[in-house]
Design a protein around this ligand. Sequence first.
Ligand SMILES: CC(C)(COP(=O)(O)OP(=O)(O)OC[C@H]1O[C@@H](n2cnc3c(N)ncnc32)[C@H](O)[C@@H]1OP(=O)(O)O)[C@@H](O)C(=O)NCCC(=O)NCCS
Length: 205
Amino acid sequence: MSTETWWLDETPIEHFLVDEYDIRAYVPSDVEMIVSAVTESIEHLRPWMPWVAFEPQSIEQRSVLVREWQSDWSNKKDFNFGIFAGDNHVGSTGLHPRSDRGCLEIGYWVHAKHLNRGIATLAAQTMLEAAFGMKPVLAVELVHDSKNVPSRRIAEKIGFVLHEEFLKVDDSYYSHVASAPAESGVMCRWRMSRDRWSTLWGENH
Ligand SMILES: CC(C)(COP(=O)(O)OP(=O)(O)OC[C@H]1O[C@@H](n2cnc3c(N)ncnc32)[C@H](O)[C@@H]1OP(=O)(O)O)[C@@H](O)C(=O)NCCC(=O)NCCS
């Protein structure tokens, strides 16, 4: 396992309009919306997202982070997208190199007031399109704690294949990630190959 992206010589499309949602790369002017959305969702995110231990962050701290995200994007290292419904920041998604060469992992969270409307499923489908729009990407993964039922459901709905279950402590990437309070430490890694995605979700479907 590696978090290197030397194999990736492209960046994804920056802006998708899907149904009523804009799924797009973050820009510095999003900072206040991000701070509000995370703050309003903090107790909903805390059980599953280890980074919430460092929240809430100030506008200044978050501005630094957004600049890092922009730099990572230009350097083809990591890709963070906001999910917007009009002026509302309803969630976040992204493509992250946490696995093998040719593989990116999808991440997401949804604002506490916008759950169970299919937003994360739509975001994950959009991230598949974004990832496979880049020729070097051969597979996309979705990784969640085995107790995270909504995430399991999203993987099943989209047609990911359960690749393996593993212990967080045994994984070279995840062993360095702090645990969130609800996590069991048993992780599920789902995978979608480019071929499977084309068959399930390609132009003719
Ligand atoms: C996981 C998360 C992103 C899902 O967002 P969402 O927009 O509500 O997800 P969707 O509406 O696309 O799909 C959720 C599915 O899980 C199902 N679900 C939700 N809670 C459930 C529960 N407790 N038991 C069983 N199924 C559940 C929903 O019914 C839906 O399935 P359906 O379409 O078959 O009815 C959101 O709950 C979240 O932000 N969680 C905290 C952060 C997190 O866990 N991120 C992922 C880390 S891997």
